[in-house]
Design a protein. Sequence first.
Length: 342
Amino acid sequence: MSQFLTHVYGQEKLKRELKLLMENHRLPHTMIFYGDDGLGKTTAAFDFADFLTGASEKIWVEIKKIKSSKNEKLLENLKGDRVWYIRPMGMELKIDQFRAFMEEMASFDEKLRVCIIDDAQKMNQYAANSFLKTLEEPVENLYFILVTSDINALLPTIVSRGERFPFFPLMENEFYYLVETVAEEFNFDGTVGKETAFKVSEGNPGVAKDLCGEKGMMQLDVAMRFWETVTTSSTAFSSLSAWTFKEREDFLVLLRWVIIIGRDLMIGAETTDDQLEKCMQWSDREKRLLKYWTDGRAIEALAVLQKAESACRRYISTKNIWDMILIQLQHIQKGDYILWNR
């Protein structure tokens, strides 16, 4: 197994566990790969599916075509019909997708097959119930890999029938090795080195790509202006509520930078260790804001922003999320804040 999961960087615990399960012939028929977006869960699912069905570089050519295609399909099949891929159509996984797969299952022979369900937390109620029935009657040579960034959004009955495999941020040496090995994928802004990228992303490669590319670094300046406006402007709400966001992903990148600066403010307000700061290039601008976020205010603000990030991932309206952030942060500054959904 020297060539095991060669497209997966880090995640050594995952690799050891999967190897051990295979060696002991105890591989579960339902596996749940869970963890934050950007940690390589889907890549790992494809890599493992390819390994189980006979490693071939052909699958990566097919995956590239799928990712670049704008056509939504109920199902995607790779390597003939050995690997199946189900991903959300629009904002959810639909029952028609699972019905289509069950129809395909009826013609399966004894060959081993793997079905990957991406963003599994987006199953609608009907799709989840349909999938649960499939799990209740397992097929001998069929394995499911569910990929999710929010395991708590899955039906508990689905989670209980699978074995969970967590994904973690990379260690510093793992992150640097990845960045150096596939440098073309990381197209960092010229002002950003791998050390800064690791620090702001906390070892999450996907986050590093989003935040530290040229487009992401532009959002850093916007995030700094957000904090300056919300802190010192007498018309902060009216000014900031007029901001609009065309793409949810752009909003999420901005929100991540807002959170990172918020953490710096919390560190500066609550400690004296400026070595923990992540946005060193904005250190002077951050320090001018610190006196407004003492007495636990920065901690409360960060809690609001983290809840907002979670809400964004659950496809709540970005406008509603943004307005809630502005309202809550105003209350925090006045000292009359009640934690959002405490």
